[in-house]
Every structure is written in C-alpha cells, then in structure tokens.
Design a protein around this ligand. Structure first.
Ligand code: AMP
Length: 396
C-alpha cells in the first residue's frame, strides 16, 4: 500500500512515495527554485541521487515530471492516495481530512492565517487532483494536533473579541512532527499510553516545543504564526511586541519590514551575525567568536525556559524528546539544555549523548524518569500513515 506524499512550498515541491505499513520510502525528491530559470528536480532512490535542470518549470511541470518518474519506476499505479501537507487549518480541522470541495473551501478560508503557505499547498492539491482524478487525496494539517489545547493555553490576553473577529489565538505548528515523535517516544520508553507527560522539542530551522499529555497536545510554543516561541534559525521567537513599533518609528519605515526582519534576519543569524545554521554557529562559538557563543547560549537558555514552562500544564515530566536537524544531531545543544534542566531531575549521560543522533536513537540521560531521548522525526511517514488509514476507512 503506497502513498504519494506532497509538500508544496512557494517555490518548492517535496515528494515521497512511502509504504506506511512497512515504513519504507521507495523514492523521494524535491523540485526547487520553481518558476525561475534555475529550477531543478532532484530525485533520491536506493541511496543514489539524480538531478535535472528544469528551467522555468512551475509546480505543475515539476509534478508531471515526478509522475513520469513514478510511472517509469512502476510506482504510479499502486498508489492508494496522495497525502498533502497543509500548514494552516485554523480552528477548522482537528485531524487529517479526505479532500472534498468543502475542505478546499475551508483551506482557502484559512489563507489569511497562513498567507505564505496555504496558497502553494492549494496549488499542489489542485494539480494532484488533475493528475490523479481517481485517487483519494488527504490533507494533513500542521496545526491539527494542537486543536486539543484548552482555552487557557490557546487564548491570548488581548481584547477577547479579536478571537472571533480576526482569528487571534494560539494555533501551534509542527503538529505532524510532534505527534509522530510523541508516539515513537511511547514505544521507546514503554510509558503507558493512557498516562504520560512528555515535552517534544522539534528543533530544525523552525523550532517549537509541545506539551503532550496522554497523546494530546495541551500547550505549545508557536502561536498564531510560527514566529512565536523559541529562538530559531532566522526567527526571533517571542519578543516584546512593542519592538515592532519602536524600530519602525526609529527607522521611519513600515512595521511590515520590522516583522520581516523578525522572521528572516533574527534568531541564530541575527545574534551571531554569521549564519542561521547551527553547525556554523557551533563551530564559530568553539573557535571563540563572541556573538556565536551568545547565540548558542541564548538558544539553549530560551529552549530550557520554554521546556520548563511546559511542565506546568503537564504537572510532571516523564520524558523530554529531542528531534529535528538540531535535536537529532547537536550533542552540544542537548547537553547544554539538559544541564539547565537538572532541577527537573534530568541528568545527562554524556557517553550516550555523544553517540546518539549518529544513526542511534534513544535515551541520553541516566535516570528512567524523567528521561531525555533522541527520536528521529518523519513527517512524510506520518502523512502517509494518515492517508493510508483514511483509505482503509473508505474501503479503498
Ligand atoms: P531541519 O530544518 O530539521 O533540517 O534542521 C536544520 C538545522 O539542523 C540547521 O540549523 C542545521 O545546522 C542543524 N543541524 C544539522 N546537522 C547538525 C549537526 N550535526 N550539528 C548541529 N546542528 C545540525
């Protein structure tokens, strides 16, 4: 039972054909710089990579090329469905949905909440429906997992009517990843399905933490948009909102430009002045670069503060999960963060931390409970699993 997983960004298209039952990825790839003369399509299969130039190709052409490739590999006919990553489902979706005209209309209604992401997601859905008119199409939302948050976690202390009038509330993101790694952590730790308190830390270019109580998200660090919460690669995370007006007035420029800088020129990049890439920041910090050191310190400090804050809704901590490019690979970030959280009863196992992330997953602390562990995320597999489950439910 194979599923085609699609993730369409503004100028990119990621795809994978996955057998969710066997957790096998048959082929994957990415179309990049779509709509420009430098557009390319890279395909990965059995450990080997091929790349082709597709000057000027837009999403439609790239997806058609992907389908040709799947046909030549004999993978196009055995699909049970297409699973689409959709970033913003607002309060309208609390789970993955088979795509119908009503679902498309609701995703369109969420465009003001996700103006950068939902439109390209919709383009992917439209093209996939044209190419595979008979196939089940499923939308898997980044926000859906967090719809279980109680009002006290999703309400902002702003004029209450902003919620109804403008949709101002916490939605949270990275839900597919948090859901996936929380499930994996349960399997790895043996914690009971019906009684567990886990914080999942998804640390990639974008970073967020979620408090998971008995399989449900009860609070998370990202908010109305992915700008809130932890310090990230280029995003500031939470800052005093008055900074926007202050800097705009000082520059005699628009607030939008300041917001753009908070999204694209802040975080690791803004503080270090060097890079949004944790590897480069760590290397420079180790070489004595002062601002790189500060960026690394600040990243771990804000992360630890947020994790500790999420223990409030949980009432206790059984497990802390590190995932994403930084969480899975940075021994330094994990060691520092666990070190700052010693008061919760976490004690680093330095030897385990040193080897984990290099293909090895599992516990990096000495005690059983609470414990910190490394789990590899796989959002594509989760999307394929949801699509296959809906296909089974539909009798396909
Ligand atoms: P992602 O968005 O999940 O692909 O994660 C990207 C982030 O992971 C970037 O900041 C990378 O620098 C970081 N990353 C990847 N490998 C390592 C590594 N070995 N050590 C530290 N950070 C890493």
């Amino acid at each position: 039972m194979n599923v085609l997983v699609l993730n369409c960004g503004s100028s990119s298209l990621k795809f994978a054909v996955i057998d969710p039952g066997a957790s096998v990825e048959h082929v994957s790839g990415i179309g990049q710089r779509l709509g420009t003369p430098e557009a390319t399509l890279d395909i990965k299969r059995n450990g080997s990579k091929s790349s082709r130039a597709m000057p000027g190709a837009a999403h439609g052409e790239a997806l058609r090329a992907v389908v040709e490739e799947l046909r030549s590999l004999g993978l196009a006919d055995a699909l049970v469905g297409v699973g689409h990553r959709v970033v913003h489902g607002g309060s309208k979706f609390s789970g993955s949905m088979p795509i119908t005209p009503e679902v498309i209309a609701k995703i369109e209604e969420c465009v003001p909440l996700g103006p950068l992401h939902n439109p390209p997601n919709l383009v992917g859905i439209k093209i996939a429906k044209e190419l595979f008119p008979e196939l089940l199409q499923v939308a898997v939302f980044d926000t859906a997992f967090h719809q279980t948050m109680p009002a006290v976690a999703y309400t902002y202390p702003v004029p209450y009517e902003w919620q109804d009038s403008y949709g101002v509330r916490r939605y949270g993101f990275h839900g597919t990843s948090h859901r996936f790694v929380a499930k994996q952590a349960l399997a790895q730790t043996g914690l009971p399905t019906g009684d567990h308190a886990i914080v999942t830390a998804h640390l990639g270019n974008g970073c967020s933490c979620t408090a998971v109580r008995n399989g449900k998200s009860v609070d998370t660090t990202m908010g109305l948009t992915p700008l809130e919460g932890l310090m990230m690669g280029t995003r500031s995370g939470s800052v005093d909102p008055a900074i926007v007006g202050h800097v705009a007035a000082a520059r005699k420029g628009p607030a939008e430009k300041v917001l753009d800088d908070l999204n694209k020129k802040s975080g690791l990049l803004g503080v270090s002045g060097l890079s949004n890439d944790m590897r480069a920041v760590e290397e420079a910090a180790a070489g004595g670069h002062e601002r790189a050191r500060l960026a690394l310190d600040l990243f771990c400090y804000t992360l630890a503060k947020s994790i500790a804050g999420l223990v409030v809704p949980l009432g206790r901590l059984d497990a802390l999960v590190f995932t994403g490019g930084i969480g899975e690979n940075s021994t330094t970030v994990r060691a520092r963060t666990v070190g700052l959280l010693g008061f919760l009863g976490l004690e680093l196992d330095a030897a385990a931390n040193a080897v984990h992330g290099k293909g090895q997953r599992g516990r990096i602390t000495t005690g059983e409970r609470p414990q910190a562990l490394v789990v590899a995320t796989n959002e594509e597999l989760m999307i394929a699993m949801d699509t296959a489950e809906i296909a089974r439910g539909n009798g396909r």
